[in-house]
Design a protein around this ligand. Structure first.
Ligand SMILES: NC(=O)c1ccc[n+]([C@@H]2O[C@H](COP(=O)([O-])OP(=O)(O)OC[C@H]3O[C@@H](n4cnc5c(N)ncnc54)[C@H](OP(=O)(O)O)[C@@H]3O)[C@@H](O)[C@H]2O)c1
Length: 341
């Protein structure tokens, strides 16, 4: 087992303008501090790559502080305890941490959660289907979407960890799940997963396909992407439709507002006439429901009644390229980096 007191880490070298490039990142080796009481030395096993990290690379005002230039890129990790100065943990324990893009870290024991290594589920599931993204889908659907028997639920980025969970939760509630994804391979996977309909947002006739897949309109649109998907969805929303606004990934690399005309008047008119509920949320708002989520979903994932797909990239060296691809659909399933065995 490693007893490293150095870490290999990827830091933010400069802020991107538009899509991030390799030049916005730098890999370096740094010494770690001596362990103090209440701290753990961790070795990263898996690093989660998530779309929100693009926002942290920017210094535009947001719900969380930006990463400083020269600071380690942030991110959730599954890590092994190498050394412990906290009586609750011993070397060999596996924890969920927020150690970022690096091989080793020193963290406060209070800031990690022990993971159960006795289950047959891969440890990486703690970053995806049973982690923050799966929870985001569950919390957004239960608190805002409220899908009901016979209703139609639409979600894009549907092969990802949020979208695939949204569709499966919709069906647990007896609703029809319509998934949107980029490219025929992802669309085929959605059908395999059991979505009632699956559409490719890159198709020239995407809006017509969406209309055909939602003959009774849309009752819940779980907003993951924005852009032209939202443009096609808006006219199909039913009276009293709910829109949990979770993410707008189609615009994360945008450098300016979309070309006119300004359609905010049309949007507000539709909100008014159809009594729509649009509610933005950050999953942390519902953090006190995490225990309920894990209690409900862990057995479903374990018995296979909830499916998931992971896109595992080998080695921290490949994290930057994988992250750049995540923002344009290069991933197929929950993107994680396997940092160590
Ligand atoms: N509010 C919160 O607390 C919270 C928490 C977690 C995640 N989120 C948001 O939830 C969304 C999904 O996250 P995830 O982790 O599950 O990501 P993901 O689906 O694994 O990856 C992002 C996906 O977005 C799709 N995409 C990219 N550009 C697009 C475009 N122009 N039009 C349509 N789709 C596009 C791509 O899928 P295709 O190839 O299928 O197009 C890509 O694979 C993101 O917006 C994320 O920021 C929000």
């Amino acid at each position: 087992m490693s007893t490293s007191t150095t870490t290999t880490r990827i830091v933010l070298a400069s802020r991107p303008h538009g899509a991030p490039t390799q030049e916005n990142f730098r890999t370096e080796t740094a010494d770690l501090p001596e362990l103090a009481d209440g701290q753990l030395l961790l070795q990263t096993l898996y690093l989660s790559l998530d779309p929100y990290m693009r926002g942290r690379m920017s210094d535009a005002e947001s719900y969380a502080d930006p990463i400083g230039i020269g600071e380690t890129m942030v991110g959730a990790t599954v890590a092994r305890v190498v050394d412990s100065r906290d009586e609750r943990f011993t070397a060999g324990d596996v924890v969920l941490s927020y150690s970022g893009w690096q091989s080793h870290s020193v963290v406060q024991a209070d800031h990690v959660r022990r993971l159960d290594t006795s289950t047959p589920l891969p440890l990486s599931t703690a970053l995806g289907v049973l982690g923050m993204p799966g929870f985001t889908a569950w919390a957004g659907m239960n608190n805002i979407g409220h899908p009901k028997q016979g209703e139609t639920v639409v979600v894009a980025a549907a092969t990802g960890p949020v979208g695939s969970m949204v569709g499966q939760i919709a069906q647990l509630h007896g609703a029809r799940a319509v998934g949107i994804a980029g490219g025929p391979e992802k669309v085929a996977y959605l059908k395999e997963l059991g979505f009632d309909a699956a559409i490719d947002h890159r198709a020239d006739d995407f809006a017509e396909q969406l209309a055909a897949a939602t003959p009774d309109g849309i009752d819940v649109y779980f907003e993951n992407v924005g852009g032209k998907v939202w443009d096609a969805v808006l006219p199909r929303l039913n009276t009293y439709a709910r829109v949990p606004v979770c993410g707008l990934v189609s615009g994360y690399n945008a450098t300016e507002l979309p070309a006119g005309p300004d359609r905010s008047g049309q949007l507000m008119g539709t909100v008014l006439k159809k009594s729509l509920t649009l509610r933005g949320f950050i999953q942390a708002e519902y953090a006190d429901q995490m225990g309920d989520f894990l209690a409900e979903m862990t057995p479903r994932v374990a018995d296979g009644s909830i499916s998931y797909r992971e896109d595992v990239v080998e080695g921290l060296d490949n994290a930057v390229e994988a992250f750049i691809g995540l923002l344009t659909g290069g991933n197929f399933g929950k993107l994680v980096v396997k940092v160590a065995d």
